[in-house]
Design a protein around this ligand. Structure first.
Ligand SMILES: NC(=O)C1=CN([C@@H]2O[C@H](COP(=O)(O)OP(=O)(O)OC[C@H]3O[C@@H](n4cnc5c(N)ncnc54)[C@H](OP(=O)(O)O)[C@@H]3O)[C@@H](O)[C@H]2O)C=CC1
Ligand SMILES: O=C(O)C(=O)[C@@H](O)[C@H](O)C(=O)CO
Length: 280
């Protein structure tokens, strides 16, 4: 199965479909992620917060696929925004992953109500990690337009991606527009709304008409709009189906039907980045 590569604003490329790993334990990871690698996944999304970097890394280093064919993302956990903490946490990530670099390192949450709202200093630490090459690319997650504007204005270094909640019920349009304005790629987390896609009549009708699964329909809707997706599945059959979204086709009317499901902020399933202050 061939997965498209997208070009990031630092010149590197990223596979447009990956595997989300939130909720996959370190113990389960080698088998679950091993099946995904077998199916063709090369892009893996983890985080310090998920407590599974050792398992994700073991799946990578234990496979027959060369390291440079993988694209591994991890994210800075919320208690570690201060420079020394962030550097230490990054070292621990590499050690746990068993890798000497990650392809992408993200600030997981901006935490505008903590650390005096100073996520710009945290970004400067990520810039150091990019400069020393151990984070090949750097980006952010859950950044609102004003957060992104501040980073760019105060450092001149533009994140390659902004990973945000985005699915048909929460289209997050203002954030996606801000990303586009800064040439930041949008990564959609909870891209299939944590399985809710299978229950929506508007989506199942399209899926039945074209002989696809509801998740494939929604993933194709994302891909058509240039987003990066990493649906999480621990099930080998669903992993394969999700990857198969790359080879189905939607009509303009199908995409419009999905666009019409947007409920604005009421459709959000996760926390609001403007107030999220969980340190873990
Ligand atoms: N930056 C951030 O703040 C956040 C990042 N993330 C990242 O995004 C990834 C994806 O988001 P996530 O919250 O996991 O939600 P998803 O939208 O990926 O949904 C995952 C759920 O859908 C089920 N599922 C998977 N495939 C199918 C299918 N084809 N049909 C029906 N159900 C399916 C899974 O069950 P099963 O495993 O049984 O298949 C699981 O319960 C995370 O794993 C994580 O890597 C997530 C949240 C926040
Ligand atoms: O999964 C993630 O990456 C998250 O950041 C979320 O789990 C988030 O921390 C959350 O939903 C907390 O309730």
């Amino acid at each position: 199965m061939s997965v498209p590569l997208l070009q990031m604003n630092d010149g590197r490329t990223i596979p447009q479909i990956g595997l989300g790993t939130f909720g996959i334990s370190t113990e389960a990871a080698p088998e679950v992620i091993g099946a995904a690698i077998e199916a063709g996944y090369r892009h893996l999304d983890t985080a310090q917060m998920y407590g599974n970097e050792a398992g994700v890394g073991a799946a990578v280093t234990g496979s027959d696929v060369p390291r440079d064919e993988f694209f591994v993302t991890t994210k800075l956990h919320n208690p570690h925004h201060r420079r020394d903490d962030a550097l230490r946490a990054f070292d621990t990530s590499l050690k746990d992953l068993g890798l000497d670099y990650v392809d992408l390192f993200l600030i997981h949450w901006p935490l505008p109500t903590l650390y005096d709202g100073d996520f710009v200093s945290t970004w400067r630490t990520l810039i150091e990690l990019a400069d020393d090459g151990r984070a090949r690319s750097i980006g952010v997650s859950n950044f609102e337009p004003d957060h992104l504007d501040r980073l760019v204005a105060e450092t001149g270094v533009v994140p390659v991606v902004n990973q945000v909640e985005l699915n048909p019920w929460f289209a997050n349009r203002q954030v996606e527009q801000a990303n586009a304005r800064h040439q930041v790629l949008t990564e959609a987390w909870a891209p299939i709304a944590r399985g809710k896609v299978s229950e929506a009549a508007e989506i199942t009708a399209i899926a039945e008409r074209i002989g696809a699964t509801p998740a494939q329909v929604v993933l194709r809707w994302h891909l058509d709009q240039g987003r990066i997706v990493f649906p999480k599945s621990a099930d080998p059959q669903r992993q394969q189906q999700n990857l198969g979204a790359a080879s189905i086709t939607l009509t303009d009317a199908d995409r419009a039907a999905l666009d019409a499901l947007d409920q604005g902020p009421a459709g959000r399933q996760g926390p609001d980045p403007a107030t999220f202050d969980w340190l873990g």
